[in-house]
Ligand binder design. Structure first.
Ligand code: PLP
Ligand code: COI
Length: 355
């Protein structure tokens, strides 16, 4: 792949107080952009000052939503270094999304190198306070102009950076989730396994209804029988049932989370029985009533490991582990964040150093 052209900003932004930051509201000085043209491939790779795109009103993404994205983080270690967690997995997953959405594939190795360069340039924006990080948002959209329905012949790929604090206002404190029994997120053969913007647009109504009732997010059921749990709005879900770690299998309707994959590997290495299978809402209710639903937690880049203290289904609420973070959830949180922030050595080749 070609060289990356670099144009540094002449007007660096004033940095906010980076000790108390919201999630995803502040952006750094630079962004990475490249263009794709059918028959030519990716070209004009560049790091430029952060700024808006100018797009024709007939640009295809506005009409038929060919848009995909990713989410990963750069972490500041105690000794001042900066590192990424499994970045290649994000660009590989982006290619899975691209394939489903008839979009251009990227070169994952090139994207990791471009990201390292971008983070290095904006290194002063990687926060140092506990539990903060630099959230990275790679995304791609169709920028061909035209209102006929077909796959675009041109795309823009971009990466922006956002110094961020906790995704949930609860932080590591347990969240409340509600099993959604009206709207569905994904069906077999659909786009559930991709990170396309449309999946999230379709999820907003249920999330709003849940928020009105005091829940942080919804737990989706499968789109065919509305019987089996799948995942939460922005994270995968895991249960400790009678000593075993159980999570819904990824069979096309669930986003194959990179945190999920990492946690399952760690749990297996620690000797837990790990089951990836169909888990019905009824099974969860029964386990909760029998005292066997010992812990619930969500996994995600933004959400990290998020304990679930209460789960509601059909108007009834079930408190998990007395509403407190479970022992295994805490242990997994400590292990994962230890690796990500460099407090625990990376023995699995998950960490990529930036500087
Ligand atoms: N499920 C959904 C719907 C998500 O948006 C995310 C976040 O990316 C996840 C699961 C967790 O995936 P990952 O661990 O790769 O961040
Ligand atoms: C992530 O965890 O990176 C996500 O993309 C979740 C959400 C912010 C959409």
């Amino acid at each position: 792949m070609e060289q990356i052209r670099i144009q540094l900003t002449e007007n660096p932004k004033q940095k906010p107080n980076m000790d108390t930051m919201p999630f995803g509201k502040i952006y750094t000085d630079h962004m990475f952009v490249m263009n794709y043209t059918e028959g030519v491939g990716w070209h004009d790779a560049r790091i430029v000052p952060y700024g808006p795109f100018t797009l024709d009103p007939a640009t295809m993404v506005f009409h038929y939503a060919q848009e995909i994205f990713e989410g990963l983080k750069a972490y500041r270690t105690d000794d001042g270094h900066i590192q990424l967690f499994r970045p290649i997995d994000n660009f590989n997953r982006m290619n899975d999304s691209a394939e489903r959405m008839c979009m251009a594939k990227v070169d994952p190795e090139f994207c990791v190198e471009a990201l390292k360069k971008l983070v290095e340039i904006d290194a002063d924006w990687v926060p140092t306070a506990k539990d903060t990080s630099l959230y990275v948002r790679p995304f791609m959209f169709a920028d061909e102009v035209g209102v006929g329905v077909h796959a675009s012949k041109t795309y823009i790929f971009c990466m922006i950076l956002s110094p961020s604090g906790s995704y949930y206002s609860e932080g590591i404190n347990p969240v409340k989730i509600m099993i959604e029994d009206q709207d569905v997120r994904a069906v077999r053969g659909g786009t559930g396994f991709t990170k396309c913007g449309g999946n999230y647009a379709g999820s907003l109504r249920a999330a709003d209804r849940a928020a009105e009732k005091g829940f942080s997010q919804v737990l989706w059921l499968d789109g065919v029988e509305m019987k089996y749990v799948e995942e939460v709005g922005a994270m995968n879900i895991m249960f400790k049932i009678d000593g075993k770690v159980c999570t819904p299998s990824c069979h096309g309707t669930v986003l194959p989370g990179i945190t999920r994959r990492s946690i399952l590997q760690i749990a297996r290495e620690w000797g837990y029985d790990v089951e990836e299978r169909l888990i019905s809402a009824d099974e969860l209710v029964e386990a909760a009533e029998n005292g066997k639903l010992e812990e619930i937690w969500g996994t995600g880049t933004a959400a990290v490991i998020s304990p679930v203290g209460e789960i509601a289904y059909k108007g009834k609420s079930y408190v998990i582990n007395g509403g407190k973070i479970g022992e295994l959830t805490q242990k997994l949180y400590d292990e994962l964040t230890g690796i990500q922030w460099g407090r625990i050595p990376d023995t699995r080749g998950w960490i990529v150093k930036v500087k």
